[in-house]
Each structure stands twice: as C-alpha cells, then as structure tokens.
Design a protein around this ligand. Structure first.
Ligand SMILES: *Cc1c(COP(=O)(O)O)cnc(C)c1O
Ligand SMILES: [Zn+2]
Length: 414
C-alpha cells in the first residue's frame, strides 16, 4: 500500500514504519496516527473525482484510506457510510440558528456509526491475514464488528462485560459472532482481548488501541466535507458537534479535516465541539481545567455508549477541540432525553449517546457559545431502537382509551 507510510505517536511524536508496530506506541502506549503519503495521493486524486463517484458508501474515499480494495461487493460491508444529511427548519427556528444540519448515522447496516471503523478493520484484517478478529465492546462496536464479519465470512470473537444490555448482546449473537460474557467490567474485557490476541495471533479491533479505527471513522468527516463544505460557501467555519465516550469518533473526524488540509483541499478547519454526559466527563473536565492530563471518573449516565471511566483516546479527543477553536460541553441525562424528543419531532429517532450531541448543540446555541450565524452540524451516531428503555423514558406512556369515538374525541380534545 504505497499511500500508507506508517504511524506517528500522538504522545511522543515518534514515527514508525508500517510493519514496525501494530497497535500502540511501544515507548509510552500512546495512540498512533496513521500517516499517509499526501504527495502520492494528490497525484492520483482530486476533489472532483469524489464528487462524481458512483459509490455511495464510505468506500468512495478509498484513495484516502490505508487499505486496498476491500472486495465483497453487494454485501453490507459496501453499504457503510454516505449517511444522509438533513436540514430541519423547525429545529433551526427553535435554536435560532440560520443553518443547521443533522447527519444521521442510524442508516448504517448495524444501525450505528461504529460500522465505519469495523468495515475498515475487517478490510485490514484480510490484508494482515488474520483468521480471527477480537474486540471488547459494551454494545455498538461489537455489533458493528459482528455484522461486518458476518457480511464477509470473517470469524469474530467479542468479549462483553456480563452487565451489557441483553438486546445488544442478542444482536451480536444473531450475526453469528462468538460472544463471551466476561465476569468483570469493560476494562477487564479490554485487557483480556489484548492477551488473547497476542496468545493466538488474532487481530484486535479495540477502540483507542488499534490505529485503524480512527481511519474508518474519519470517513464521516470526509462526507461532511463533501456534503456541506464543498457545496456551500459558508461565511463562518462549520461547528461540528460530536458526542464523546472514548473519544475515537471525534479524533477520527479531526483526522479527516487534517488530511484534507494537508492535501490542500480544505482551507478553513471546521470547529469541533465534544459533548459528554455530565456523569462521564473525563475529557470535558480536562478541557475546562486547561490541561492535557485526563483523569478517570466513575461514569454514570443513561447514555451507555458514552458511559466511559477513562477514555481510551482522550488526548486526541481533547486536541480535536483545542486545535480547532472548538470546545467541550457537558449535558445532563434530562437534556439527553429532551434531545431525543426534539429530534423525534423532525423524524429522526436516536439512542441517548447520539442525542447527546444535539443536546450539546442546544446548550451552546442557548448560551451564545455559538452565534445565530454560525453554521452548525450535529452528528447523530446511533439508532433509537438500540435502546428502547431510554426511548420509553423520553416519550412517556401513551393514554389508554375506551374503543369508541367519544373517548377518542375527549382524549384528543376535538
Ligand atoms: C461509541 C459511540 C459514541 C462515542 O464514540 P467514542 O469514540 O467512544 O467517543 C457515541 N455514540 C454512539 C451511538 C456510540 O456507539
Ligand atoms: Zn510514543
């Protein structure tokens, strides 16, 4: 792969050749950025090539990804990404914003953003000749790996903390993955995957550990570039709101904009706003304190997909905001439930972690942190049916009526 030059450690800055390391920096455990050969890429690709691509999936950006053609045409692997962008006038009016976009990731094959990372990892695992991919997950990452592995006939082993919600575990098992419930927390499952991968020569997909996950996730940033930035002449930088758990999504989106900037295809960086639940705000705490040292918290929030004690990609997640004139915000569980209702009103049904991004945008608009003429986009990372308990909490119970017209009229007050 000529365009893939190697890695650079996000902590010490040391560079590594592609075959020198597989996961994190051997010196300090830092997350590795994938380094691409921008010169080679710009010789063979130009922005108009993407704009005319007939491939309506994340794979339209293959020239910017560190893998070759993933194969498996006609499978769900090739349907990941190119998610829809909505313009909701009703919410624009509610927030007093002139330009608001929602990017809906629930249309991905396993119904969350995580498909972008897992699709790329499955492609990479074929290149490194791995027989088995293993990951630790409490939900969506596991579902995405199980789904993408099933689509391509790849074997997947997924370690889940035994406290994970049963419906999420069921989705993994339906896809035919080997699912093992670990009698311990997510960290225990995480450590065990690393041990198993090294013992058996398996490929480990863990978020904030495998450098390729952020490369898959950056495809959403590339889509924002193509769907918004290349199409409109915005008078101010786009403000992108992203919910943050481990911080790998926001790090991936930042990487997309850095790649585009390095290629000379993006002049003005969008501003990245990370949104965390108040009860799981390790990165937001560091941002508020103005430090890069991220301290763990005892996470508690109904948004299970961002309920993280110690973010595995916290440093890069923090820099995504500090290096782009963005910020971090926190939102309460009640803010998240209100956001689920607001988004529902424009036909978009999301899980709590996805609603958090919109809750953060709402807070920023109301406090004046973003101005009415700041163009804003909220990335909605997962589908509402992933967590029906939360949906019930957001919506409340429907009234029960007698089966006659009088009762119906009375109830509807007509
Ligand atoms: C994983 C996830 C997030 C957060 O992504 P991180 O990389 O952990 O910050 C947000 N929303 C949903 C639906 C997720 O599954
Ligand atoms: Zn290092």
């Amino acid at each position: 792969m000529l365009k893939f030059k190697g890695y650079e450690c996000s902590v010490c800055g040391k560079a590594y050749a592609p075959d020198e390391v597989t996961y994190t920096c051997p010196a300090d455990g830092g997350n590795l950025d994938v380094i691409l050969d921008y010169g080679a890429i710009s010789q063979t690709s130009r922005p108009p090539d993407f704009q005319t691509s007939p491939d309506f999936s994340m794979w339209r950006y293959l020239p910017l990804l560190p893998v070759g053609d993933p194969g498996h045409p006609g499978t769900p692997l090739r349907r990941v990404g190119w998610t829809p962008l909505y313009r909701p006038p009703r919410l624009e009016a509610e927030l007093g914003l002139k330009q608001l976009w929602l990017k809906d990731e629930s249309t991905n094959p396993t119904a969350s953003f995580k498909d972008r990372a897992s699709a790329l990892l499955v492609a990479r695992s074929a290149e490194v000749g791995a027989e088995v991919i293993i990951t630790a997950s409490s939900g969506n990452a596991g579902a995405a790996l199980a789904g993408m592995a099933a689509a391509t006939g790849q074997e997947a082993v997924i370690l889940v903390p035994k406290t994970a919600p049963k419906p999420k575990v069921a989705q993994l098992r339906v896809y035919g993955a080997q699912v093992l419930l670990v009698d311990g927390n997510y960290d225990a499952a995480f450590d065990l995957t690393i041990e198993a991968a090294s013992e058996f020569g398996w490929y480990c997909r863990n978020t904030g550990y495998n450098p390729f996950t952020a490369e898959g996730k950056k495809t959403a940033g590339l889509e924002i570039w193509e769907q918004v930035l290349l199409k409109r002449n915005l008078s101010k930088p786009l403000c992108v709101f992203v919910s943050v758990g481990d911080g790998n999504i926001i790090a991936g989106i930042h990487k997309a904009f850095k790649d585009l900037h390095a290629l000379g295809w993006l002049e003005r960086m969008p501003r990245l706003f990370g949104v965390q639940a108040e009860g799981a705000a390790a990165v937001a705490n560091a941002f508020a304190a103005g430090v890069e040292d991220i301290q763990p918290v005892a996470a508690h929030t109904l948004a299970d997909s961002i309920s993280v004690d110690l973010p595995r990609d916290g440093l890069r997640a923090l820099r995504a905001a500090t290096q782009t004139d963005g910020a971090y915000l926190t939102v309460t569980d009640d803010d998240i439930l209100a956001a689920i209702r607001s988004l529902g009103q424009v036909g978009v049904f999301v899980e709590p972690a996805a609603a958090a991004a919109y809750a953060g945008l709402t807070k920023a608009a109301r406090s004046g942190q973003v101005q009415p003429d700041d163009p804003c986009l909220a990335l909605l990372t997962g589908a509402g049916l992933k967590d029906t308990q939360a949906a019930i909490r957001a919506a409340g119970d429907a009234p029960i009526i007698a089966p006659d017209l009088t009762a119906l009229k009375e109830c509807l007050k007509i």
